[in-house]
Design a protein around this ligand. Structure first.
Ligand code: HAM
Length: 422
C-alpha cells in the first residue's frame, strides 16, 4: 500500500473503466449539443457568497457539505457544490443574456460535496449539466426533461423512472407552506424535525423514516395548491412532454435539495442503484438570476450524475466499448530500425490509423509479446536487414503470414489491408 492515498470518497477512473466513463459523459451531453446548447467551462471555485445566496444558506449542500477556504488575500472561496449558480454568475457577468434568448448552455466536470461517502455518493462527483435561460415557456421545460431522457435512452438504459412535479412559485408557495406547517404542527415529530418544519417544512416531506412517512399520508401537497399560472404552466409542460414521447410518474412529494427551484422539478432514479438511486435531476429556477443581482430572467436546467449513470449502465450490463483499438504495431530491433519505425508511426497517425510501437530495448521476443498484447491485427517487423533493403516485414496476426513490403509502399499496403478487415 502506498503511503499517500486518494482523499476519502473521491472516485478515480482508470483503464479500462475510464473509457466507459468517457463514453457516458459524451452520451449525456450529446442530445443537448444537438439541440443548440453551447459549451461553457466554469471555474471550479467561486466566491462563497454565490452559493450562500444562490443555492440557499439553509440547504445541507451549503450549510454542511461545502468545501470552503480562505485564499491568501483573505477572501472566502468555495469549491463548487453544483453548477447552476456559477452559470448564472457567468451569464450576468459576461452579459450573455443581452443577446438572443433563451441562452442555452452546457457544462461538465467535477463538483464537491462533503457528504458521507458510500457507493454512488462521492465527495467529488461528476455532472453533465444544461441551463436554458431567459424564456419562460413550458416547451422549454419539456425540452430540458426530454434531453435528459434521450441521453439515458441512447445509452441503452431501461430501468429508470422520471419523477415530475411542480413546486409552485412566489405567489402560491407561501400559502401552501403555511398550510403544510399547520399540518405538521398537528403530528408527532421529534424536536429536530419540528425545527426543520419551521425552517423548511417541505424538507420534512422527504423524511425517510417510516414512522414519519406514516403520519404524512394526508399531508397537503403543492400540486393541489398551485396558482392558476403555475397550474397552466404545469399542464402545458406535460402536454409538450407527451408530444416528445417522454413517460413520467407524478411525484407530488418530490423535494429537491437546493433552494432555488420554482415550478417544474424532476428527478430520474434508477431501479438497480439502491440508496443512491438519483441519476439526474433539475428544474426551473425563476428567481435565481435576480437574487444574484441580474435581470429578472427565468431559467431551467438539469444536472446528470456521470458517476451514477456509469454505475447504472454497469448494473444493466450495458457494454460501452473499450479504448480505440491499435491497428498497426511496430516492432523495431536496432537503432536505425527504431528511427524508421518512428517515422512510419507518424505517417500512419497522420492518416488516421491507430498506431503504436514497442518502446524500450526488450529484444524481439519481448517486443512481439507487446505486439500480441496490443491486439493490433497488423504488426510491422523492422530489423537491420529490412533497413538495409528498405523493406518492412508485414505480419498478419490472424493468419501468422508475413511478407516483405517495400518501405515506400507499406503505408498504402497496410491501409488497403485494414480496409479489407473493416
Ligand atoms: P442535484 O440533484 O443536486 O442537482 O445533482 C444532480 C445529480 O448529481 C444527482 O441526481 C446525482 O446523480 C448527482 N450527484 C449529486 N450528488 C452526488 C454525490 N454526492 N455523489 C454522486 N453523484 C451525485 C444539481 O446539482 C443542480 N445544479 C441541477 C440543476 C441544473 N438544476 C437546474 N439546473
Amino acid at each position: 500500500m502506498t503511503e499517500i492515498q486518494a482523499p476519502k470518497g473521491v472516485p478515480e477512473y482508470f483503464p479500462p473503466r475510464s473509457q466507459a466513463f468517457l463514453r457516458v459523459r459524451e452520451a449525456l451531453s450529446a442530445p443537448a449539443e444537438h439541440a443548440g446548447y453551447e459549451y461553457v467551462e466554469l471555474p471550479v471555485f467561486e466566491d462563497t457568497a454565490l452559493y450562500v445566496r444562490g443555492v440557499g444558506e439553509s440547504t445541507d449542500v451549503v450549510s454542511k457539505e461545502m468545501y470552503t477556504f480562505e485564499d491568501r488575500g483573505g477572501r472566502s472561496l468555495s469549491l463548487r457544490p453544483e453548477g447552476t449558480a456559477g452559470v448564472m454568475r457567468l451569464v450576468i457577468e459576461q452579459r450573455l443574456d443581452k443577446g438572443q434568448l433563451p441562452v442555452k448552455l452546457w457544462y461538465a466536470g467535477p463538483f464537491f460535496r462533503a457528504e458521507r461517502p458510500q457507493l454512488g455518493r462521492y465527495r467529488q462527483l461528476q455532472q453533465v449539466g444544461i441551463e436554458a435561460i431567459g424564456v419562460d415557456d413550458p416547451a422549454l421545460d419539456a425540452e430540458v426533461v426530454a434531453l435528459a431522457d434521450e441521453a439515458y435512452r441512447r445509452l441503452g438504459l431501461r430501468r429508470y423512472v422520471l419523477h415530475l412535479t411542480s413546486l409552485g412559485c412566489a405567489t402560491c408557495r407561501p400559502a401552501y407552506r403555511e398550510l403544510l406547517q399547520q399540518f405538521l404542527a398537528g403530528i408527532d415529530l421529534d424536536d429536530a424535525t419540528r425545527e426543520r418544519a419551521t425552517l423548511n417544512p417541505l424538507r420534512v416531506l422527504d423524511d425517510k423514516r417510516e414512522e414519519v412517512q406514516r403520519q404524512l399520508v394526508n399531508a397537503p401537497v403543492m400540486v393541489d395548491h398551485l396558482c392558476v399560472e403555475c397550474r397552466t404552466h404545469y399542464d402545458d409542460t406535460r402536454s409538450f412532454l407527451r408530444d416528445m414521447g417522454v413517460r413520467w410518474e407524478e411525484a407530488p412529494r418530490l423535494v429537491r435539495g437546493l433552494d432555488y427551484y420554482t415550478r417544474t422539478a424532476f428527478e430520474f432514479t434508477h431501479e438497480l442503484l439502491g440508496a443512491q438511486s438519483g441519476i439526474g435531476g433539475g428544474g426551473r429556477y425563476d428567481g435565481l438570476m435576480q437574487s444574484l443581482g441580474g435581470d429578472s430572467l427565468s431559467g431551467i436546467g438539469f444536472g446528470l450524475g456521470t458517476d451514477r449513470t456509469l454505475l447504472a449502465c454497469e448494473a444493466e450490463g450495458i457494454e460501452l466499448g473499450g479504448a480505440p483499438r491499435v491497428e498497426v504495431f511496430a516492432v523495431a530491433i536496432g537503432d536505425d530500425a527504431r528511427h524508421v519505425a518512428a517515422r512510419l508511426l507518424t505517417e500512419f497517425r497522420a492518416c488516421g490509423v491507430n498506431a503504436d510501437m514497442a518502446f524500450g530495448s526488450r529484444g524481439l521476443k519481448g517486443a512481439m509479446k507487446a505486439a500480441d498484447r496490443s491486439g493490433a491485427p497488423i504488426v510491422l517487423v523492422i530489423g537491420d536487414d529490412e533497413v538495409a533493403a528498405s523493406t518492412i516485414q508485414v505480419k498478419d496476426m490472424a493468419t501468422g503470414e508475413q511478407a516483405a513490403v517495400s518501405r515506400a509502399e507499406v503505408v498504402s499496403e497496410v491501409h488497403a489491408r485494414l480496409g479489407r478487415l473493416a
